[in-house]
Design a protein around this ligand. Structure first.
Ligand SMILES: [Fe+2]
Length: 327
């Protein structure tokens, strides 16, 4: 499969380069300053309030403990943990009306909600699943850490292992479980961070734009207007965001295709896949899989990992190969 690189040495790289400079100097970026201030208060005790939803189960160690006990008592804990390691590779065919002809068949691997330090053998398991896959570009849509606070090193070790298994360019945005302290190490490992920034992707003289925003759910430091600053009108825009909650803003900003995660598809669902709690302020139909809102096409991944507790029921974890097509 043809390996693509962004345009090197072009002025179009300015936006990404500027993003890096901003990250090297947090004091100059208003969104980053807000994020860092919130990170300092993002503790286990913040179960209610803040963010786009009122209840934040991911911040509650008590909820995790009660769920673990319940599953153990009912003999379902081991099965749930096995389910969480059974990662599916899904294909999603998406037709984009203004996709350049040279991008017909362009394949983007999306990995979302990795929560790499959920258990010691999870990152090796995920790396083994993605290593043989073929794609043109890889994107990560946030949540690399299991908890929402605490030591970032176990998640970074998982990211390092994963990077070895991924080919070519990998673009990432941050989720609500992540810390901005992870950014320098992620850049060193070879992840390109789209912190309210964009990058052009070129193929045979034609190009599309990949755009990324910071976490729209808890930190709400997403700035799509800023991210689109260097993106010309009329060119295909693919947006990376941790959560689907900015679907209205994305549609009005003329985004063609948005990929996101955060909901975990409920993670623990009823037989048949009915979501019990989507943890996002959006219509239920946007909580997993393909969706459309006006002219915006979207895909919400149920995620590769798990949070709160490393279990899944009736909601198989996934990585997704998005195959873009012309009409
Ligand atoms: Fe997550």
């Amino acid at each position: 499969m043809k390996r693509l690189m962004p345009i090197n040495g072009s002025d179009d790289r300015t936006q990404l380069t500027a993003g890096r400079e901003v990250l090297a100097d947090y004091g100059q970026d208003e969104a980053m300053n807000r994020r860092k201030a919130l990170e300092r208060g993002h503790s286990d005790t913040r179960v209610f309030g803040g963010g786009k939803t009122f209840f934040h189960p991911e911040n509650s160690r008590l909820s995790a403990s009660l769920l673990r006990r319940l599953l153990k008592l009912t003999g379902m804990l081991d099965r749930g943990r096995r389910n969480a390691m059974d990662i599916a590779v899904r294909e999603n065919l998406v037709t984009l009306p203004r996709l350049p002809k040279s991008f017909d068949g362009f394949t983007v691997l999306q990995i979302s909600d990795l929560h790499l330090d959920s258990r010691p053998d999870f990152a090796p398991c995920l790396a083994e699943v993605v290593a043989p896959l073929e794609y043109d570009l890889c994107v990560l849509t946030g949540d690399y850490r299991f908890h929402t606070q605490g030591d970032v090193r176990p998640a970074l070790m998982g990211l390092s292992l994963l990077r070895e298994a991924l080919n070519g360019d990998v673009y990432a945005v941050l989720g609500n479980h992540d810390s901005s302290d992870m950014i320098p190490d992620m850049l060193t490992m070879g992840y390109e961070l789209l912190y309210n920034a964009s990058v052009p992707i070129q193929r045979d003289g034609q190009k599309i734009y990949l755009v990324g925003v910071d976490d729209p759910h808890f930190f709400q430091t997403d700035d799509l207007e800023k991210a689109l600053t260097a993106v010309p009108e009329g060119i295909t825009r693919m947006l990376l965001a941790h959560s689907p909650e900015i679907y209205r803003v994305a549609e009005s900003a003329d985004v063609d295709f948005m990929v996101c995660g955060h909901t975990h598809g409920g993670q623990i669902a009823l037989p048949g896949g009915k979501v019990l709690y989507k943890n996002a302020r959006c219509p239920s139909r946007l909580a997993s899989g393909n969706w459309q809102y006006g002219s915006l096409k979207g895909y919400t991944s149920v995620g590769a990992g798990s949070s709160l507790l490393d279990v899944r029921f009736n909601c198989q974890p996934e990585v997704v190969l998005h195959r873009l097509h012309c009409p």
